[in-house]
Design a protein around this ligand. Structure first.
Ligand SMILES: Nc1ncnc2c1ncn2[C@@H]1O[C@H](COP(=O)(O)OP(=O)(O)OP(=O)(O)O)[C@@H](O)[C@H]1O
Ligand SMILES: [Mg+2]
Length: 261
């Protein structure tokens, strides 16, 4: 029997302050797969990530999202994490007063569940090992979470969290934004090292460049709060070369943003 997770989003609609942003998302992901979501600004990509993770600002009004048949939308944020969902946010929050190491250890323990907490020694060994892989200065363990971190340092720290939490479904929202060329390679290597039949990745990005390092199996284009086109890696290459106008023309879309309706 395989432990490959199955993640299914069906007809997902979500609103923020009564404005509908997601207008029916369908997506199916299996363990071992990497899906990329691309799309112009303001088309609902981050909203999809936040709604899946259970951000309280977003109200899901229709549809389902299940992980191995379990209804994620019924769960609190921490239950979703425990079920194996992980989101690296486009704009990670700063939490002054909580050190990175303390945060990581609580997050790991929340994921592992009561009675199964990681020992301090084992935690430190794991954290230090992964920080080394990501070429992070050890001092980042003791800094307050994301406070004063540069853009690239925040992104690297998100990948550190992902590595330590060992999630089943990983959503990375613009993990490449703000990374210098070397950091991009380090982060991509970190992601590639985590690729396994027991894990699926949903990678939101604007650039083919990231996908040169993390080869996707499927590429989806989001416009107007929906996935309007899907294909293989060649779709990302075509978008990089030609932009989005041809997609809009093909589908008769005039304004690709979510819009006011
Ligand atoms: N709190 C909010 N209040 C009002 N509108 C919002 C709020 N959050 C998101 N929106 C709107 O929802 C739309 C989709 O936003 P979202 O962040 O999902 O876009 P995106 O596809 O991730 O864009 P980008 O590529 O620029 O990151 C935007 O028009 C945005 O202004
Ligand atoms: Mg976004």
């Amino acid at each position: 029997m395989s432990n490959a997770p199955k993640f299914v989003i069906d007809g997902l609609k979500a609103t923020i302050e009564d404005k509908e942003i997601l207008k029916g998302i369908h997506l199916e992901m299996n363990g071992g797969e990497v899906h990329a979501i691309m799309g112009p600004n303001g088309t609902g990509k981050s909203t999809l990530a936040s709604a899946l993770m259970g951000h309280p600002k977003y109200e899901v009004t229709a549809g389902t999202a299940t992980l191995d048949g379990e209804d994620l939308l019924e769960m609190d944020v921490d239950e979703r994490a425990r079920a194996g969902l992980f989101l690296a946010m486009q704009y990670p929050s700063e939490i002054p007063g909580v050190t990175n190491a303390d945060f990581l250890r609580s997050a790991i323990n929340a994921r592992r569940g009561e009675g199964n907490e990681i020992s301090l020694i084992k935690f430190i060994r794991q954290m230090e090992g992964k920080m080394k892989e990501l070429e992070m200065n050890p001092e980042f363990a003791h800094r307050y979470l994301n406070e004063g971190f540069s853009g690239g340092e925040k992104k690297r720290n998100e990948i550190l969290q992902m590595m330590l939490l060992d999630p089943k479904i990983v959503i990375l929202d613009e993990i490449d934004s703000g990374l210098d060329i070397d950091a991009l390679k380090i982060v991509a290597a970190g992601v590639n090292a985590m690729r396994s039949p027991e894990r699926g990745f949903l990678i939101i990005t604007h650039y083919q460049r990231l996908l040169n390092y993390i080869k996707p199996d499927f590429v989806h284009v989001m416009m107007q709060g929906r996935i309007v086109k899907s294909g293989g890696p060649e779709l990302a290459e075509k978008l990089e070369a030609e932009g989005y106008d041809w997609v809009k023309e093909e589908l008769g879309i005039v304004d690709e943003t979510v819009g006011q309706d």
